[in-house]
Design a protein around this ligand. Structure first.
Ligand code: MGD
Ligand code: MGD
Ligand code: MO
Length: 686
């Protein structure tokens, strides 16, 4: 372990990085006393963190030393889902896993599926060693789509990559559109930058069906219906065109497909969009005027607006806007959805796809895990899924249509291993649970999707109980499976080093904990987009070649509001501020702030249904139902209910959560989930 950097008799301080799936990727300072972490703080020297942490992560020691932390390997003793387990040794657990996997692998390794997401964003503890193991095994490939692929693809097809403005420059913007993001809850450090801009006179506009805490603090809130963002963006273009608020020079030199986009946008007068979006036409006109005449204008998109059928197209449409007004010319203009494309991550070196040795396993989309676990062997699907190894994810709580997911996980003939900190809803269905280390206990290295610094995480304390890093588990399993490639011997620190190779100064990371990538302040001031054409592609030849619309368009939801009289309410289920997806739901001090699972409903929708504030309600559609308390609130717009997530099923009143009603259908681009494209009905419980 490193020597103390701050020896003051109060213990030592260890530099780390927040591992959570959040754009902020904060630099942490953990104070350790007598081998115990006593405090986790934001590093004041790291400018994006600026010494501040969210409430969740400032409680990190409470999570790490939680009395419910899994401290030993466990073997299931009761029926699947009952949560009954008995401690076993690491050797027993690993031997049993290897002996169960070997005969399956001998028949067809594709019957084994890894299931993981971003429980930790660390490049080492997420797929660092795990990907090597599954590649060598020849297991099914998991398409990791549950969060960001629709928007990500939208950006790639327009700007050429997940690239955009540098977050710090929003401070100088004069107009900021916060589009599909509850920044105060999910992107706190951006919000601090936006506040700076606001103090300096910027106008802030929030575009979100829900009246969020963020909307409360913006100058204007446009409460459009879920899944109608592309219509709004096209109407803005219409107004930019008819009022000639365009940067003709920028369009001519740095964009592709202008004439075609112009024609499409002229089909979207504000009156048409107002109908589709369910907002006043004046609001659209005003927004267009602000956007067309304020410089520099910046857009902070977040992933909330792409969880609907047309999510990819919506991002494409919005991503065209900055080029139309030449916003990219200024470092405080443009757009940011994700900065992750700026990071030169050496994925081949980390994941070692060469270990596949020519094999091309099938791909399973993590969004449709419910259906796929219930599929029999058949072409073109391939073999039935016989074994599932889950790490860094809690699919039973977070995957859509949980009725099916639960049925799949409950299969007696499925062998399930879960690497976890806690006995989550998913762990309840495991055959073997393996105790994982937390970020305080292992090495890792981090990119970010909200800023452009690389962060190194040093272990601050020894593993709690018998917990082991994910990497160590996959190393041990590789040995038991007889995989002897030398890459399985790489230790975590060398994996950290290999993640970026020479692209970052590792000595600097060891020394100060973070390193800034050399990225120009206004990366597209003079074009130079990372597309094939080098231009901002309004029209995408690549999409057209795939038989898709080359231009962005408004694609109505799979389940448009008003299309089903039996289920007249649109439901969205965005994150609760004090949880991180389903993480932290079991941390009592945070759960106490959130209270209990709630459905926000507008009085116009509550009254005719006889729903009183605080009453237990049933939220249902043909896929399933869950129960929670109704909160009659102006945070919900008429016709839309908000089920804040993502509660652990077993901590909700009926042992279920919002994902009982969400669907496994996919987005237009990127095969992503459509969590916010979901119709329901709500009725009071007797
Ligand atoms: N505190 C906290 N922070 C988080 C998370 C968390 O769970 N809790 N989750 C993390 C993760 S995994 C991610 S992916 C990121 C990003 O997470 P996001 O999903 O972007 O989360 P939010 O910032 O809440 O933004 C979603 C917002 O989009 C709104 N919205 C829903 N449907 C639509 C729509 O059709 N159009 C528009 N314009 N808006 C819509 C919702 O009401 C919500 O306010 O945040 C991360 N940060
Ligand atoms: N209805 C609805 N559903 C949603 C969403 C929504 O907005 N609405 N959001 C979606 C989005 S954006 C996302 S990203 C997904 C997120 O879904 P998940 O990626 O499953 O995220 P979490 O629920 O945070 O679960 C992560 C788990 O990883 C564990 N973990 C953390 N660190 C480690 C580690 O180092 N090792 C191991 N072995 N385990 C670790 C944590 O304890 C936690 O239980 O959920 C999606 N589901
Ligand atoms: Mo996410």
């Amino acid at each position: 372990m490193q020597p103390p950097i701050n020896a003051n008799g109060q213990g030592s301080t260890v530099r780390g990085a927040c591992p959570h799936d959040c754009p902020d990727t904060c630099a942490l300072l953990t104070t350790v006393q007598d081998g115990r972490a006593i405090r986790v703080q934001g590093n004041p020297a790291h400018r994006h963190t600026d010494g501040a942490l969210c409430t969740k992560v400032s409680r990190y020691t409470e999570r790490s030393y939680h009395p419910d932390r899994i401290l030993t390997p466990l073997r299931r003793t009761g029926p699947k889902g009952s949560g009954q387990f008995t401690p076993v040794s690491w050797d027993e657990a690993l031997d049993e896993i290897a002996s169960r996997l070997k005969p399956i692998a001998a028949r067809d390794p594709q019957a084994i599926l890894p299931y993981s997401y971003a429980g930790t964003m660390g490049l080492v503890q997420s797929e660092g060693m795990a990907a090597r193991f599954f590649h060598r095994l020849g297991a099914s490939h998991l398409e990791r789509t549950i969060c960001a692929t629709a928007g990500g693809e939208g950006l790639v097809h327009t700007l050429g990559g997940k690239v955009g403005m540098k977050v710090e420059h929003f401070a100088e913007s004069k107009l900021i559109l916060i589009w599909g993001s509850n920044s105060i809850g999910s992107n706190l450090h951006f919000w601090r930058v936006a506040q700076q801009a606001k103090r300096d006179g910027a106008r802030l506009v929030c575009i979100d069906p829900r009246r969020t805490e963020t909307a409360d603090k913006c100058h204007e809130h446009i409460a459009l219906l879920p899944g109608t963002d592309a219509a709004l963006a096209l109407a803005l273009m219409h107004e930019l065109i008819v009022n000639d608020w365009l940067d003709h020079d920028y369009i001519a030199r740095h964009t592709l497909g202008w004439e075609r986009l112009r024609e499409r946008a002229l089909q979207w007068p504000p009156e048409r969009a107002a109908q589709v979006c369910g907002v006043p036409v004046e609001q659209i006109r005003r927004l267009a005027r602000d956007y067309g005449t304020t410089k520099p204008a910046a857009i902070r998109l977040n992933y909330g607006m792409q969880r609907v059928r047309g999510g990819g197209n919506a991002v494409r449409a919005i991503a065209c806007l900055p080029a139309l007004v030449g916003a990219w010319r200024d470092r405080a203009g443009g757009l940011l959805l994700s900065a992750s494309g700026f990071f030169p991550i050496r994925r081949q070196a980390l994941h070692r796809p060469d270990l596949l040795a020519g094999r091309t396993p099938r791909t399973i989309n993590m969004v449709t895990i419910g259906d796929d676990l219930l599929r029999e062997a058949s072409p073109p699907f391939g073999p039935k899924i016989e074994a599932l190894i889950v790490y860094d994810s809690n699919p039973v709580a977070v995957a859509p249509e949980s009725g099916k997911v639960v049925q799949g996980f409950a299969r007696e003939d499925l062998f399930t291993v879960v690497l976890e900190h806690f006995q989550t809803d998913t762990a309840d269905y495991a055959d073997i649970i393996l105790p994982a280390t937390t970020q305080l206990e292992h090495w890792d290295i981090h990119a970010s999707y909200g800023h452009t610094d690389v962060l190194l995480n040093r272990p601050a304390i020894a593993p709690v109980g018998q917990a082991r890093p994910n990497t160590e588990v996959f190393r041990a399993l590789a040995a038991r499976m007889g995989f002897d490639d030398p890459c399985f011997a790489d230790d975590d620190l060398s994996l950290c080093r290999s993640a970026f190779g020479d692209a970052v100064d590792f000595e600097q990371l060891l020394d100060q904990g973070y390193a800034t990538l050399p990225i120009p302040d206004a990366p597209f001031a003079d074009g130079g987009f990372p597309t094939a054409s080098g231009k901002c592609e309004f029209f995408s030849e690549r999409l057209a070649r795939q038989g898709m619309d080359g231009l962005p368009d408004h694609l109505p939801n799979h389940e448009p509001a008003g299309s089903d009289p039996r289920h007249p309410l649109a439901m969205i289920s965005p994150p609760a501020r004090n949880f991180l997806n389903s993480s932290f739901v079991n941390v009592k001090s945070l759960r106490d702030i959130e209270g209990e699972p709630l459905l926000e409903i507008h009085a116009h929708d509550a009254q005719p249904r006889g729903i009183a504030d605080g009453q237990l309600v049933r939220v249902f559609n043909d896929r399933g139902e869950y129960r929670c308390k109704a909160r009659i609130s102006e945070r919900a717009r008429p016709g839309v209910v908000n089920g804040l997530g993502i509660w652990w099923r077993k901590l909700g009143p009926s042992g279920t959560n919002v994902n009982e009603v969400t669907s496994q259908r996919l987005t237009d681009l990127g095969n992503g989930p459509v969590f916010y494209d979901c119709l329901v009905e709500v009725s009071p419980c007797a």
